[in-house]
Write a protein that binds this ligand. Structure first.
Ligand SMILES: Nc1ncnc2c1ncn2[C@@H]1O[C@H](COP(=O)(O)OP(=O)(O)OP(=O)(O)O)[C@@H](O)[C@H]1O
Length: 274
């Protein structure tokens, strides 16, 4: 089944401020010993920008550089060359803590990113304690975040193992929301979930984008997910962005032969609201 784009429209306009400006990013990994040095060019002159409230999908086959780009934007991977500005400020001038207030990740497998020994309450309040917020404020935000992701307060004393995969991903999203970030970097946020649950999480991400004015960089193998979520699509191949287009143009008439070959095999995704 072909699901098409979400019918909610984009909250972004041409006058919305730029929140991500990445220019000419190159990232080279070196491995091996002195006599058999090998280099992998994970990013090669990649430029990407996003306006406040925009949702950009990065698509491409395995090894094309998507995760490396995500790690760079999260401040977790240094670049060999190029520059990144987040919310108008050079990435290099942010402390780890400051950046985490602006950019938050949502990863593929919520189970591996939620501490199994902590209750949901601790998992959600920890980011705020790190950022020096008061306990009262923390409690209020926690209840708001739980509400925003459709989880009842009774789950606060549960451990991650007591929740379903979809509920765990909701908690991972709630944790990201706790610091009121501007940008979510979502790396395959639904690909570890059952198909019916995938649709619920995509709908949730669509709702909270509007509610909190979030900007999304969404990394996915799945063109159906990209079409549902994105205002703009960037296709990566061998460390380069080989095509970038408004989502509606891209899905109507992608121009690069590689993009067209990928589009010929759109997987199905059932149960998404239209
Ligand atoms: N830490 C690393 N050390 C060496 N090479 C790396 C490292 N991380 C990534 N690479 C290489 O960089 C290239 C891009 O990898 P990356 O993980 O960014 O691609 P991807 O598109 O996210 O792939 P996938 O969809 O499989 O996660 C690949 O050739 C990969 O082998």
């Amino acid at each position: 089944m072909y699901i098409g784009p979400a019918m909610t429209g984009s909250p972004v306009s041409d006058t919305s401020p730029m929140v991500i400006e990445a220019q000419d990013l190159t990232c080279v990994f070196s491995s091996g010993g002195m006599f058999s040095r090998q280099k992998a060019v994970a990013l090669n002159n990649v430029s990407l920008s996003a306006r406040k409230g925009e949702s950009i999908s990065i698509v491409g086959e395995s090894g094309s550089g998507k995760t490396t780009l995500a790690m760079v934007l999260l401040g977790l991977q240094p670049v060999t060359a190029g520059s990144v500005h987040i919310a108008g400020k050079a990435l290099s001038s942010y402390s780890r803590k400051e950046l985490a207030r602006v950019v938050q990740p949502v990863f593929q497998d919520p189970y591996s990113t939620l501490n199994p020994r902590q209750t949901i309450r601790s998992i959600l309040t920890l980011p705020l304690i790190v950022h020096g917020e008061s306990r009262n404020n923390g409690e209020k935000r926690m209840l708001q975040a739980m509400d925003a992701v459709g989880m009842a307060a009774r789950h606060l004393d549960a451990f991650p193992s007591q929740l379903s995969g979809g509920q765990r991903q909701r908690i991972a999203i709630a944790r990201a929301l706790m610091v009121r970030p501007e940008i979510l970097i979502c790396d395959e946020p639904t690909s570890a979930l059952d198909v019916s649950v995938q649709a619920q999480i995509l709908n949730l991400l669509t709702d909270i984008r509007r509610e909190f004015g979030l900007t999304y960089i969404l990394i996915t193998h799945n063109f159906s997910v990209a079409e549902y979520m994105a205002d703009r699509v960037c296709v990566m191949l061998k460390g380069e962005i080989i095509e970038e287009a408004a989502a509606q143009d891209f899905f109507r008439s992608a121009s690069h032969p590689y993009s067209r070959s990928l589009l010929n095999a759109i997987p199905t995704l059932e149960g998404v609201d239209r």
